[in-house]
Design a protein around this ligand. Structure first.
Ligand SMILES: Cc1ncc(COP(=O)(O)O)c(C=O)c1O
Length: 368
């Protein structure tokens, strides 16, 4: 089976095996050692010296942590949204009582840092900016360094959803001045779902001291206190910690820059293959993501039928469109434990499946 959704992603067999080890005392010395090593290694990937905590939750829980730990009800926040996950981040802020100022873009486009500058200069009451680095629903990567640069000029907080980018696309937490950065284990980290590492800057801690949104499970103050004793406040997903320790070792061996280069190379194979098939990418090409490709379903083809055919007859699992894009795009995930051959074989399946649904693929198929 070729699992080509943007998460959960395939897990290397040795990491799966590591996850099958017996349970240990999560308040004992052995777990304290694992927690310490994994936390420090993750900081290398976040490119940060900030505090880092590993929450047991999916990515959405970590987005909630970013909001409730830094804001108070009534605080004005600028919520940049280029798709379904940007909308989700804004929704969480709204539910907790933030005064959300939306900065929405047509899906498929990236955010423009100049719009962020305009929004911040015209509304000095804004305290924080929410931004999705890599919008998984549309296959677009926002220019995060530039956006964060603008936010820094205005000295606001920048809270970043890096769930489907961190580990695969550069996120330079300290260099770019990112205040609360969130990722999820089931994306580029080659482990199962359940852990969500978050990095918290000094500025975020200052905001935390004044933030009055209700919080309990996701209280990073509590996480800091427990981490100083080699523990997490609540029972952690111990098995996923075992796997993550090994996956991080494998990633360190490959090297961060090599991992970024591999993702870029593989994504380019997908983008070239999509064109060779006579298809069109959904994303603005200048901002097309290196971890997930959204592809327009051609006129006359039923997107859901295409997904089903790929799965039932070719063992290829791809994702469909979310929300208003349901049936209009298909999405191929290429993050984490992924090789050139994985995506080439996915493209070959599309070359076989599309003609069966009435779309004529150019001669040469996905390989041009
Ligand atoms: C960009 C982004 N943000 C947030 C999430 C939510 O993460 P989870 O489904 O792990 O809660 C996802 C997951 O697909 C994502 O891709």
């Amino acid at each position: 089976m070729n699992l080509r959704i943007p998460g959960p992603t395939p897990v290397p067999p040795e990491v799966l095996e590591a996850g099958a080890r017996p349970m240990i005392n999560h308040r004992g010395r052995e777990f304290a050692g694992i927690l310490d090593r994994v936390t420090n290694r993750l900081k290398e990937f976040f490119l940060t010296k900030n505090d880092l905590f590993i929450l047991t939750t999916s990515g959405t829980g970590a987005l909630e942590a970013a909001i409730v730990n830094t804001l108070s009800p009534g605080d004005r926040v600028l919520a940049i949204s280029i798709g379904a996950f940007g909308d989700r981040f804004a929704k969480i802020a709204k539910i907790y009582g933030a005064d959300v100022v939306p900065l929405d873009y047509e899906w498929g486009k990236a955010a423009d840092p100049e719009d962020v500058r305009r929004a911040l200069s015209s509304d000095p009451a804004i305290k924080a900016v929410l931004v999705t680095h890599n919008e998984t629903s549309t296959g677009v990567t926002n220019p995060l360094a530039e956006i964060a640069g603008v936010v820094r000029e205005f000295d606001k907080l920048v809270l970043v959803d890096a769930v489907s980018s961190l580990s695969a696309i550069p996120v330079r937490t300290d260099e770019w001045g990112l205040d609360f950065v969130v990722t999820g284990s089931q994306k580029g980290w080659m482990v199962p779902p359940a852990l969500a590492p978050v990095a918290v800057s000094d500025r975020a801690w200052e905001a935390n001291a004044k933030a009055t949104m209700p919080r309990f499970y996701f209280d990073v103050g509590m996480a800091k206190d427990y981490l100083s004793r080699g523990q997490t406040p609540w029972t952690p997903a111990v098995s996923v910690f075992y796997g993550l320790e090994l996956a991080l070792e494998m990633m360190a061996k490959e090297g961060l820059e090599n991992i970024f280069a591999r993702h870029h190379r593989i994504a380019q194979i997908v983008r070239d293959g999509v064109k060779a098939l006579g298809l069109e990418m959904f994303a603005d090409e200048r901002f097309a993501s290196d971890t997930i490709s959204a592809i327009k379903v051609p006129e006359g083809v039923d997107g859901k039928a295409l997904q089903k055919l790929c799965e039932d007859e070719y063992d290829l699992i791809i994702a469909g469109g979310q929300a208003k894009l349901a049936g209009k795009i298909i999405r191929i995930g290429h993050l984490g434990f992924v090789s050139e051959e994985d995506v080439r074989s996915a493209l070959d399946v599309l070359a076989k499946a599309l003609p069966r649904l009435g779309f004529a693929v150019p001669a040469g198929g996905s390989r041009g």
